[in-house]
Design a protein around this ligand. Structure first.
Ligand SMILES: [Zn+2]
Length: 81
């Protein structure tokens, strides 16, 4: 059984991860993905920085669609690299 996270899933659960709201097995999968995916690793770092600056976890659904698309496009670039 191979249930690796996909990058799209990562974006969807990242706020839960940062709030430590993921079940332990999900968190383990998340961190495993981070260990080999530079794109998501960078994304999580950026989210952490945003939290440091604003003091709160940015809600994924509150992201402007343009920004969200930009992030997804960035993922594609990272994948290609
Ligand atoms: Zn990824």
């Amino acid at each position: 059984m191979n249930e690796e996270f996909k990058c799209q899933e990562m974006i969807e659960v990242v706020t839960n991860y940062l709030e430590s709201a993921l079940p332990p097995n999900e968190q383990e999968r998340f961190e495993r993905h981070l260990s080999y995916c530079a794109g998501c690793s960078t994304y999580v770092d950026q989210m952490r920085e945003t939290i440091t600056q604003t003091g709160k976890v940015p809600r994924e659904e509150s992201l402007p669609p343009a920004l969200r698309e930009q992030i997804v496009a960035q993922f594609r670039t990272w994948k290609r690299g």
